[in-house]
Design a protein around this ligand. Sequence first.
Ligand SMILES: Nc1nc2c(c(=O)[nH]1)N[C@H]1C(S)=C(S)[C@@H](COP(=O)(O)O)O[C@H]1N2
Ligand SMILES: [Mo]
Length: 440
Amino acid sequence: MAKKQKRGLHEWYANDPIEADQQLWGRESHASTRRGFLKTSAKIAMGLVLGAPMVYAEHFPAGMIPAALAHDDRPFALPGKHPDLIVLNDRPINAETPPHLLDDALTPADVFFVRNNGIPPELTQIDLQQWTLSIGGESVRQPKTYSLAELKSKFTTHTYQLTLECGGNGRKEFNPPAKGNQWSVGAVGCAAWTGVRLRDVLQDAGIKADAQYIGYYGRDTHLSGDPNKVPISRGVPMTKALEDESLIAWAMNGKDLPWLNGYPLRLVFGGWPASCSGKWLTRIDVRNRVHDGQKMGGQSYRVPCKPVAPGAKVPDEEMCIIESMPVKSLITYPRSGATIRSGQQLPIRGHAWGGDLAVQAVEYSIDFGASWQPCELSAPANRLAWQHFKARIAFPQPGYYEVWARATDSEGRMQPMLLPGWNPKGYLNNACHRIAVKVG
Ligand SMILES: Nc1nc2c(c(=O)[nH]1)N[C@H]1C(S)=C(S)[C@@H](COP(=O)(O)O)O[C@H]1N2
Ligand SMILES: [Mo]
């Protein structure tokens, strides 16, 4: 069985520490003397990741990972992020949210998960006066370029609560394991996003009759450092692009987007794999075919069109692009491992979401699915927002229990208790979430 590995800096440095220095920070160093020579650009790069400039950088040994990044218990948080995010990979940065930090109705910016495919543009290189968004592609009538100020003044501003979930959320549970970030349950969040409708902007540029898809491009760069390589360029069909809730957003929860979540501009398509929602957005192409950008084809963000046996090799032609995400729920209170006194009732709460669909019911079980009880469920704030559920649970006697939650979407589809269909890249795991509870 393939090993599930922690990826990132360690792997990078294990292979060739001197080369890693060069690639990561642009640091010129000499293996023989273990003396580093940090160019200003390398100091800036390191300082950004460490959250402060390294004062004695000139004495820092070559081929060494800064201690702040070298240990599993990171002493410092990712820039702008809560220290308790779980960092799955530091190159590129990927971090998920522990479920108890998702307890708020709207996910605070500092706990919103981060999924990067490449290297974000440096903050010092982002100039709001200079930032532009270009609309192009073979199916646009009049290619246009907008400054941020034009976008904000020319079109009506809208705010929607929209759920973003990485297509690979839950990947960790699949066997045989799938390569990639081993997401547990926390690559999801729902924030209030503010921006303009993608539809309004596309219509201003003009959409030709043969338009089929949009594709995005962002300012992040490829891990290899090759400026001609694009880390990711995905998109959605015109039907999704033209929905009311499809936004070009500059704010999350009323403030500028966090740097790691796409500052200063990103797409947001609620309910679809979050990989459709391009960050650090600079260009949108209107395509006369299914967009063929990086990570649209092959096995990326695709699942077998028909179910396959676990471990099967599936040819690319038999893989279909993921669109709306499946129904799912998460218990955000209490934290797994809660202990209560005998006779005490346990309040639980969490959120449920259903891709393009609303959630019609959430139930809980304390007997591993032998019976289910209804939870109270709120209506969504708007289409594509997650919904909140709660219940009060009485336990029949002291002992160890698990609380499982199960959501049903508006078309009657339920979460599976265990794993859904295996697929080569480990996408779309919407199995029931469960927490451990001890009644003492
Ligand atoms: N430019 C750009 N956009 C991107 C990505 C990226 O690496 N670069 N990652 C995508 C993926 S795979 C996901 S799951 C979401 C994650 O959004 P978040 O980091 O704001 O949570 O952004 C998407 N948009
Ligand atoms: Mo993703």
